[in-house]
Design a protein around this ligand. Structure first.
Ligand SMILES: [Zn+2]
Length: 204
């Protein structure tokens, strides 16, 4: 198994956070609509290329739940790797930045070009935990996020998850994972290299 998930605690943590990751990043069709707070300025997009060196495009979309910022990492109809940014104006800048880098990480680790693992299965949960980890470390190392900005990310995540209806234990578990990554001095690149190596994928 991966060094990232060596301990049983880490595994449990990842499992607990799984469900809410899907909801927050894929949107939620049956959740209540929220028309408030949709006027935040959009954050600048990060540098992002996938593991084979292709440039990733960032596009805005109106799909997803109104009032809930979400992202999606896919190849578009032309085969171009893209991150779809949905309802980003409803999120504070720090959360927008986090979602961009989380979705970018799905391209960086090769997730997008691999067969999609069963939703909420262990493999899917690990992918989500890795993307969260890469995202918060990039914000720390490239954007200078300290405790205050970190708290803005986690507070916004917490609020969105609670809005969707996730239990406190799931919210706390995900934030604990992100916090552990933030406090670990290893870089986003360290983790990406490790994942690619374990998958036998190239890094360009
Ligand atoms: Zn994800």
């Amino acid at each position: 198994m991966t060094g990232f998930l060596q301990t049983a605690n880490a595994r449990i943590s990842v499992l607990l956070m799984s469900v809410l990751v899907v909801a927050v990043f894929a949107g939620s069709a049956d959740a209540q609509q929220d028309d408030t707070a949709s006027a935040n300025k959009l954050a600048a997009v990060p540098v992002c290329s996938n593991n084979t060196g292709e440039q990733v495009q960032f596009n805005t979309t109106d799909r997803g739940r109104p009032g809930l910022a979400a992202g999606m990492a896919i190849r578009n109809g032309s085969g171009i790797p893209v991150v779809l940014r949905s309802n980003f104006g409803s999120a504070p800048r720090e959360l927008q930045q986090f979602i961009d880098r989380h979705e970018c990480a799905h391209h960086q680790t090769g997730d997008v070009d691999r067969p999609h693992p069963p939703r909420n299965g262990p493999e899917h949960l690990i992918n989500e935990a890795v993307s969260d980890c890469v995202a918060i470390r990039r914000l720390r190392d490239e954007e200078g996020f300290g405790k205050e900005a970190f708290d803005k990310v986690t507070a916004a995540l917490r609020a969105d998850m609670a809005k969707i209806g996730f239990p406190e234990i799931s919210i706390a578990s995900r934030i604990r994972n992100i916090s552990g990554c933030f406090e670990n001095p290893a870089s986003a690149g360290d983790l990406i290299r490790q994942v690619l190596q374990e998958r036998g994928l190239p890094l360009k």
